[in-house]
Design a protein around this ligand. Structure first.
Ligand code: CP3
Length: 333
């Protein structure tokens, strides 16, 4: 059994497996090298050879216990026909939302549009580099994808009131997303994903209607993944009540963000926990980094815990600090 499955399924507290959100990305010079030559980000995600190489870059350097495929949560809007671009120093920018057009897309069209993602997984499945490691597939949660599809850019300054105006549009999109996210999950699992992580990066922006935007749509996906016999990790970043979320949605493991107090959390939760460390700590110094890592590992000494961050690793992180992080986690007794 892989180290993460030992933790997730057997609830082992003896090991602390480790991987990092956004481990395949811009903090790695070898990624930046490839990126420089490939200005179109979506095309890069769909380039099997390069996507495979990028997925394995952090594994080769750091020996993490899981590879997460090099792809993006916005491949779903792309796959159902909304255009997606990534602009330098700006982030994602989506095209007009033509609901009629999106509603006409079939399962086969969608699967065709994203066939390289599934091919990537099936190529990686038998890779020597991933022996005894997990291969993580992922999706954006319905809420976070709804935010990008309607708002069209990252809601860094919050959502305008007009976002919520068209209730019919919102529920049509949520229905569409439930359907296609499930297709994307099923396709990834068939192709070789051994774990699914659901990223709800903007869950913290939900201020009301939690059933409609957070609990119901996420529960629907979690049950779907579990029925396919695969563990599912949820990351509802920024919500105020992780205990309530976990009790209602009951994922196989919960990834906490860096605002969560881990000590009080483990008193009320008995499911495996992942993550927590503020990625900014990796921008400080080694001494502080070790201290903060040991804090998490001590708190989770008797709890099944997968080491990870409280959000994605920052592009300005120095590779040397990541080596230090891995060594500290691996040597913890
Ligand atoms: O290593 C990995 O985790 C695998 C690949 C991965 C990427 N994006 C590659 C990527 C994963 C799991 C994601 C998830 C993702 N994408 C999320 C959820 C996690 C989170 O960080 O909250 C979100 C919100 C997105 C949408 C997205 N993609 C944004 C906002 C941006 C641009 C700004 C940023 O923070 O990077 C991206 C681009 C992106 N996705 C890059 C990478 C490596 C950088 C692309 C570049 O080189 O410019």
């Amino acid at each position: 059994m892989t180290p993460i499955k030992e933790c997730l399924i057997n609830k082992s507290t003896k090991i602390n497996p480790i991987w990092l959100m956004r481990q395949a990305g811009r903090y790695l010079p070898e990624f930046r090298e490839i990126r420089k030559l490939n200005p179109d980000f979506i095309r890069l995600c769909l380039n099997q050879t390069l996507a495979e190489e990028i997925t394995l870059q952090p594994i080769k350097r750091f020996g993490f216990d899981a590879a997460i495929i090099f792809s993006d949560i916005l491949m779903i809007p792309y796959g159902i026909g909304q255009s997606v671009q990534f602009k330098k120093n700006f982030g994602p920018s989506l095209g007009d939302l033509e609901l009629d057009k999106l509603q006409n897309i079939t399962k086969d069209d969608f699967t065709d549009n994203l066939s390289s993602v599934y091919k990537l997984l099936s190529n990686l499945k038998n890779s020597k580099a991933l022996e005894n490691k997990d291969l993580i597939g992922f999706v954006g949660a319905p809420w976070t994808l709804l935010v990008y599809m309607v708002n069209k850019v990252s809601p860094k300054n919050g959502l305008p009131d007009v976002f919520f105006k068209d209730e019919i549009l919102i529920s049509e999109i949520l229905n569409l997303l439930d359907r296609f996210i499930k297709i994307h999950i099923e396709n990834q699992i068939k192709a070789g994903a051994t774990i699914i992580q659901i990223f709800d990066s903007w869950a913290g922006l939900i201020k009301s209607d939690f059933d409609k935007f957070l609990y119901n749509p996420t529960l629907s996906l979690v049950n779907y993944v579990k029925n396919l016999g695969v563990p599912v990790i949820c990351f509802p970043r920024g919500i105020s009540d992780y205990v309530k979320f976990t009790k209602i949605v009951n994922p196989s493991m919960i990834n906490i963000d860096y605002n969560v107090d881990p000590e009080s959390l483990i008193k009320s939760l008995d499911i495996p926990i992942q993550g927590g460390l503020d990625p900014k700590i990796l921008l400080s110094n080694k001494e502080n980094l070790k201290k903060q890592i040991n804090k998490y590992l001590n708190i989770f000494k008797d709890h099944p815990y997968v080491f990870n961050l409280g959000h994605g690793i920052l592009p300005e992180t120095e590779v040397d600090m990541v080596y230090e992080l891995v060594e500290t986690v691996r040597n913890f007794k």
